[in-house]
Ligand binder design. Structure first.
Ligand SMILES: Nc1ncnc2c1ncn2[C@@H]1O[C@H](COP(=O)(O)OP(=O)(O)O)[C@@H](O)[C@H]1O
Ligand SMILES: Cc1cn([C@H]2C[C@H](O)[C@@H](COP(=O)(O)O)O2)c(=O)[nH]c1=O
Length: 218
């Protein structure tokens, strides 16, 4: 019996790596699959992980009907599974189309995405996955807050300052990585994963560094 599984967590917890590993494990056993993504940091039509793996995928657009995309291919050449990365960016209608893929075609759907945005609000796509999935799984690798606790929330910084208002979607990377996105007049947008306590207090790792400097000076 096919399943709709949503692997959900913070940024940088290994979701894209797991998406590519999942595809690999199914493919080497002779199962036939399709890969989808939307707004991957590495560009269009690719699933990339920070561990260095990347694989071509179909880019989901605003108007993409995932039921039509999958069912038409399935009719020509039967599919066993679908992998969907950056699934938080999918429209709720597209999530419903994926649920129909599972139920009407008996094709597994493995979706990977962040649960909530930088304001701790659910992405509409993630909310629909949580509502419809057979299982919601938290990836095993834990991203960590600068304090050492498990990171549970995503923070956005603009020019180094944590912000709690702005556009929900701004593609970018965690601050320790290269490839951050300069969004021109708004400033340089980066992300950082934090525990709830430090997200609530708006204390990013810059806070720890200031504290360390102050202690050195005193
Ligand atoms: N140089 C590295 N060596 C080993 N592991 C790394 C390295 N860089 C990143 N990683 C691992 O990759 C994870 C991020 O994987 P990725 O699939 O890109 O995450 P996500 O899709 O959840 O944002 C990090 O949590 C870390 O475990
Ligand atoms: C928190 C948050 C993130 N994003 C963007 C930033 C990245 O491009 C992706 C997440 O990618 P990852 O592979 O899980 O690291 O989402 C966003 O647009 N808005 C946000 O609030």
């Amino acid at each position: 019996m096919a399943e709709l599984v949503f692997f959900s967590g913070t940024m940088d917890c290994g979701k894209s790596t797991l998406a590519l590993q999942t595809d690999h494990n199914h493919r080497v056993q002779g199962r036939r699959g399709l890969l989808f993504t939307r707004f991957d940091r590495a560009g269009a039509a690719v699933i990339s992980s920070r561990i260095g793996l990347a694989r071509a995928a179909l880019e989901v657009g605003d108007g993409t009907d995932l039921w039509v995309e999958v069912s038409s291919r399935h009719a020509a050449d039967p599919l066993d599974y679908v992998v969907c990365d950056e699934a938080q960016f999918y429209d709720p209608d597209q999530v419903e189309q994926l649920a129909r893929v599972v139920d009407d075609l008996d094709v597994d759907v493995f979706a990977f995405g962040i649960t909530a945005d930088f304001r701790t609000r659910l992405f509409p796509g993630s909310a629909r996955f949580i509502e419809l999935a057979d299982r919601v799984q938290v990836p095993q690798v834990e991203a960590l807050c600068w304090c050492g606790r498990r990171a549970t929330h995503n923070a956005r910084t603009v020019d180094g300052q944590m912000v709690v208002a702005g556009e929900q979607v701004v593609v970018g990377d965690v601050s320790a990585q290269e490839g951050t996105l300069d969004v021109g007049p708004v400033g340089t947008v980066e992300y950082e994963v934090l525990c709830r306590r430090h997200h609530t207090r708006r204390q990013t790792k810059a806070h720890r560094e200031i504290g360390l400097r102050e202690r050195q000076l005193s």
